[in-house]
Structures are given as C-alpha cells and as structure tokens.
Ligand binder design. Structure first.
Ligand code: ZN
Length: 108
C-alpha cells in the first residue's frame, strides 16, 4: 500500500485518501508558445524506471496538492514536499542520492 505524508497537514495518508496528478514540475506554456513547446506540455511525459517526481492531492484530507519523490520500481517513497516549488528541495535530492548513488539528480 502506498503511504505518503502530506506536507501540509502532516497526516500519513494511504492511497485511498489520495488522488494522483501525474508528473510534477511541468513547465506550462501559454497561448504565445510555439507548437513544439505546447505539444510537449500537453503530451510528453517522463516514464522513468526509478526515481520519479509526482503530483498528488490529499483529496480526502486537507484537499491540497503536493509533490512526492518515489521509485517506480520498488514504490519506495523518498519524501514529499509542498507543491509551490519549481524543483525538489536540495535536501530531498541529497537523500535520494545517498540511497541511489546512480541517481543523476532532478532534470526538467
Ligand atoms: Zn493534507
């Protein structure tokens, strides 16, 4: 069972309390963007075998969106953090690198 700690209310929420929101840290392109950037924003998503940064909503709790770093192979959760960031916190990246020396770091 997937357990994520909501960074806002501190509750350890299981998957029945959460709603997935896909990949975290997408760059949104507006009306002035070229076709390639807009296509990438709409359709192109990472599908890594390993560490992935995702959006989750504590739907049956405080209702807020947050981000989680998790391994897609083992389902190990490295940590969660608030959604109002452009990239994962450095402390979380360092924690992941200690556990997974082959992890190359966050890349957009
Ligand atoms: Zn919450």
């Amino acid at each position: 069972m997937l357990l994520l700690t909501c960074p806002y209310c501190g509750v350890d929420a299981d998957e029945t309390e959460l709603t997935p929101g896909g990949e975290a840290h997408l760059t949104r392109h507006g009306a002035g963007a070229n076709d390639d950037d807009f296509e990438a924003y709409l359709f192109m998503r990472k599908n890594p075998k390993g560490v992935h940064f995702e959006r989750w909503r504590h739907a049956f709790g405080c209702g807020k969106w947050f981000h989680a770093a998790r391994c897609t192979m083992t389902l190990e959760v490295f940590g969660t953090y608030e959604a109002q960031t452009f990239e994962p916190p450095k402390a979380l990246i360092n924690k992941i690198k200690k556990k997974r020396p082959d992890f190359e770091g966050f890349a957009k």
